[in-house]
Design a protein around this ligand. Structure first.
Ligand code: URP
Ligand code: ZN
Ligand code: ZN
Ligand code: ZN
Length: 489
């Protein structure tokens, strides 16, 4: 079945971020039409038996890089294979990054990415746009992207010196503009100057393998940039979202800033929650290089559990994957020099299972929090709630029938991604998406993927997300500094 008449998902436990309840879900024309007990089977409806299973909003992966041109090559999972793999794992929407080259028009890059995606995507998608350089033109294009193009978030890089890195002066300008146009500022928080210097020192000392990638950018390099980004954004009253929080130290900064009242969000990614940086010391170069991403996985093996605790307790809010995959052959571009290993790992297919196994099965979070961190919080922050992120009448019919007991063993030999390595290889995880429905279309049927090329749609993310901006706007009214009146003295 590819097109799709009405669907009745019967007898499951519906999970939203606020409650779990027994209900049937009726879907037609891509929309959830009814949610309730014992719904009658409408004429011609296809019935999915969800007894004993959870029925949950499809996952939203807040951070992917399908077919990204990067470090002399391009990510191997394109918008077709990447979104197909997403669906296989229970994710029904991705938010990918448009990343212009220095000097390139943001609008041109946006159009290029839209063309790439529209002809391939199997599930819905949205965009963040990178502010990889600064000028008056960039400033104006940011405003146009929010007003007319459905973009409400911009990523600034504090790393990748000489390519995408912005210095503090331009970061401040970008944060100021985000605030002025109702957008959410995002940062890749690592100190690019330190990385460059320490990378050169590693190479000079004869450390050319993937361990050098971790050694030249220890946790404090991420924590320093995270702190600096929080301070700069807060000074101009701009809400901030730290992408790929990879270390205990950086997560601690996000948590502390939230407690100080900053409007800041933190996003761990599947790889950081599901594996660690000890792999960089593998004697197998291919194995070690396959884990290279920035910021790196952390050698401290307690990191994944720590990040999961932070996520469970709302110190961190959403989960992405930073899915940016390269084959072993592509990774080999950095064979004699770790600084040339294309940065990126898989995750888009396995994120949901990793969080279910390590978050829910471990008892750190219940299924409602699972839904929050895999879907609802992203929908709220990026202003597409309740269209996405909830099972409710009128919402898009993006949902999954989730078997929380069945287990599977993750492997590159069985995954749906095009990369030939999986950073979770050999892990047994509970939590399997038996049925996946994307805007009313069955895309996974009893575990079999039936994704359709170009069936997904671009989902605009409007500016001034209430989740993000209501507090910010109120502060603007009440926290304006005033000059002291000295007219009497
Ligand atoms: O290693 C990574 N993270 N690759 C993708 C680019 C980025 O910085 O997100
Ligand atoms: Zn990044
Ligand atoms: Zn090996
Ligand atoms: Zn990324």
């Amino acid at each position: 079945m590819t097109d799709q008449g009405p669907l009745l998902i019967r007898g499951g436990k519906v999970v939203n971020d606020d409650r779990i309840f027994d209900a049937d879900v009726f879907v037609d024309k891509g929309i959830i039409q009814a949610v309730g007990p014992d719904l009658a089977v409408p004429e011609g409806a296809f019935v999915i038996d969800a007894a004993g299973k959870y029925v949950m909003p499809g996952g939203i992966d807040t951070h992917t890089h399908m077919q990204l041109p990067f470090m002399g090559t391009a990510a191997i999972d394109d918008f077709y294979w990447g979104t197909r793999a997403a669906l296989a794992g229970g994710t029904t929407m991705i938010i990918d990054f448009v990343l212009p080259q220095r000097g390139e028009s943001l609008l041109d890059a946006y159009s290029k990415w839209r063309n790439w995606a529209d002809e391939k995507v199997c599930c819905d998608y949205g965009f963040h746009v990178g502010v990889t350089w600064w000028s008056e033109q960039v400033k104006q294009e940011m405003a146009e992207l929010v007003k007319d193009k459905g973009v409400n978030s911009f990523k600034m890089f504090m790393a990748y010196k000489d390519t995408w890195q912005l210095l503090d002066e331009d970061l401040l300008k970008a944060f100021t503009q985000c605030k002025a146009i109702g957008a959410l500022a995002q940062v890749h928080a690592e100190n690019g100057d330190v990385i460059k210097e320490m990378g050169n020192r590693m190479l000079a000392a004869g450390i050319t393998g993937p361990e050098g990638h971790a050694l030249c950018r220890p946790e404090e390099v991420e924590a320093e940039a995270t702190n600096r980004a929080c301070v700069l954004a807060n000074q101009v009253g701009c809400p901030l979202y730290i992408v790929h929080v990879m270390s205990r130290a950086a997560a601690d900064v996000v948590s502390a800033k939230r407690r100080q009242g900053h409007v800041v969000y933190g996003e761990p990614v599947a790889a950081g929650l599901g594996t660690d940086g000890t792999h960089y010391w593998s004697t197998c170069w291919r194995h070690a290089a396959a884990h290279v991403m920035g910021p790196p996985l952390r050698p401290d093996p307690s990191t994944p559990a720590y990040l999961m605790d932070m996520l469970a307790n709302n110190d961190l809010q959403c989960t992405g994957t930073d899915n940016c995959t390269f084959t072993s052959e592509q990774k080999a571009l950095g064979k004699g020099d770790f600084t040339k290993i294309p940065n990126g790992v898989n995750g888009v297919e396995d994120r949901m299972s990793i969080i279910w196994e390590r978050g829910v099965c471990s008892g750190k979070m219940d299924p409602r929090r699972f839904v929050a961190v895999t879907s609802t919080s992203a929908a709220k922050i990026f202003n597409i709630y309740p269209r996405k992120g909830v099972i409710a009448v009128g919402s898009d019919a993006d949902l999954i029938v989730w078997n929380g007991e069945t287990s599977r063993v993750i492997s590159a030999s069985t995954h749906h991604q095009r990369c030939d390595f999986n950073v979770f290889e050999g892990q047994t995880v509970r939590g399997v998406a038996e049925w996946v429905v994307s805007r009313g279309r069955v895309c996974v049927r009893q575990g079999q993927v039936e994704a359709v090329r170009a069936a997904g749609r671009f989902v605009p993310t409007p500016g001034y997300s209430p989740e993000v901006y209501l507090r910010v706007q109120q502060r603007d009214k009440t926290r304006t500094p005033h000059a002291v009146d000295r007219s009497e003295s």
